[in-house]
Design a protein around this ligand. Structure first.
Ligand code: SF4
Ligand code: SF4
Length: 387
């Protein structure tokens, strides 16, 4: 692939970048790699943000690794490689994303220097988490991971378990001491818990859902609290888990929050190129954008589930948010994985709903859960017949 021509907007941003960068930053910062240098010379450089106290300089968008699990290894590798070649320096994945770590391991071969690799694992006990760190290292074919996150810490009990003696935190600290991981982070779907975690100040970064649909993250003061403690914030599902079809608008919103880094799930070179184009030449939100966001919010706000789980427990043992998330899972993992995995069983179980309405009473976002479940049950039937 030959060098790309610089567009006028890019040249302007390069000029600003050069003016802002000190000689020290350009020459010595570990984040300024040969790829950056080449991109800088041929006309493409992405701006970088400081990810809180990790001091990592991350590009204004990161590549998310869940969707590459549903495409061939060849396609996954070319997708990730294209993102890196275009200047993205953050690649994020998880132990639980099937073969994602292995595919990323192959894609980053020969490109590791200057890359920021983020992965996560769901174990809450020390032994299990320590094993996961080693498995991640071997799958990603690297001797260190820049940021290791505890995956999906969504309730207080879970969080306390990780911090108690013999909990996952001990494994993270030991791995850090040994240089296997450089920084400790955590992902959560619960804004209330995320705020407590920020207060405790034990992690260097936090990864939570942020998009213009769930503006409560911005309105609650969470971002200011994280900033005060210098905790880096990574936006999960900035495109609403694929439910919002305007990536430009979604990213503009996240960029407007200034210090938040969105991680976007990608599965093709075309998608990566589109994202880079948006990130290289970001524009401010216009009045029209605010109107459009409000319309979309009204349209999907009634069924946009945050996976916060305030609606639990269901007396019938139904996993409420997983059922509501069926369409998102299909988008992220593909139909086959959904049909053969536990998600389809969760949706089948939703047929036992007695319509007691307890979940709807508890949902702070007033979602029509029963109707949402009916939609997911119908979608599952459609997937089965088309299979
Ligand atoms: S249904 Fe409501 S309370 Fe339950 S997980 Fe979704 S957003 Fe949260
Ligand atoms: S309405 Fe259905 S899903 Fe909700 S709590 Fe009752 S049984 Fe569970």
């Amino acid at each position: 692939m030959g060098p790309r021509q610089a567009l006028p907007g890019q040249l302007k941003s390069i000029k600003t970048e050069v003016q802002e960068a000190t000689v020290h930053e350009l020459g010595c910062h570990p984040g300024f790699t040969q790829t950056d240098l080449r991109n800088w010379l041929v006309g493409s450089i992405m701006k970088k943000l400081r990810l809180g106290k990790t001091e990592l300089r991350v590009t204004t968008i990161g590549l998310g690794g869940i969707q590459i699990t549903k495409v061939s290894e060849r396609k996954a590798i070319s997708t990730i490689k294209r993102g890196i070649d275009l200047g993205i320096n953050l690649v994020e994945t998880a132990r639980g994303y099937f073969d994602s770590e292995q595919k990323i391991g192959k894609a980053i071969k020969g490109k590791r220097k200057g890359l920021i690799i983020v992965t996560k694992a769901g174990e809450r006990e020390k032994e299990g988490l320590a094993k996961s760190v080693d498995t991640s290292l071997s799958s990603l074919k690297t001797d260190y991971i820049d940021l290791y996150q505890l995956h999906g810490v969504d309730n207080e009990e879970d969080y306390r378990r990780t911090l108690s003696p013999g909990g996952a935190m001990e494994a993270l600290l030991e791995a850090k001491k040994k240089g296997k991981i450089l920084h400790l982070g955590l992902s959560s779907h619960s804004l209330d818990l995320a705020r407590k975690i920020v207060k405790d100040d034990l992690f260097e970064s936090i990864h939570i859902p942020i998009s213009f649909i769930n503006t409560e993250v911005e309105e609650s003061g969470f971002l200011k609290e994280a900033c005060k403690k210098d905790i880096g914030v990574i936006a999960m599902k900035p495109l609403g888990g694929g439910r919002i079809e305007d990536p430009g608008l979604c990213l503009k919103y996240v960029f407007s929050l200034k210090s938040v880094v969105p991680v976007v799930g990608v599965e093709s070179v075309r998608e990566v190129e589109e994202l880079v184009k948006i990130a290289e030449d970001p524009t401010r939100l216009s009045k029209g954008d605010f109107r459009k966001m409000e319309e979309i919010r009204k349209e999907i706000g009634t069924y946009f589930c945050r996976a916060c789980r305030y609606c639990e427990p269901c007396p019938e043992g139904i996993s409420i948010y997983r059922v509501l998330w069926l369409a998102v899972y299909v988008k992220q993992m593909g139909k086959q994985r959904v049909l053969s995995g536990s998600i389809s069983k969760d949706v089948e179980k939703a047929k036992n709903c007695t319509q007691c309405g307890k979940c709807e009473e508890r949902c702070p976002f007033h979602l029509s859960i029963i109707a949402g479940h009916a939609r997911s049950i119908a979608l599952l039937e459609k997937l089965k017949t088309k299979n």
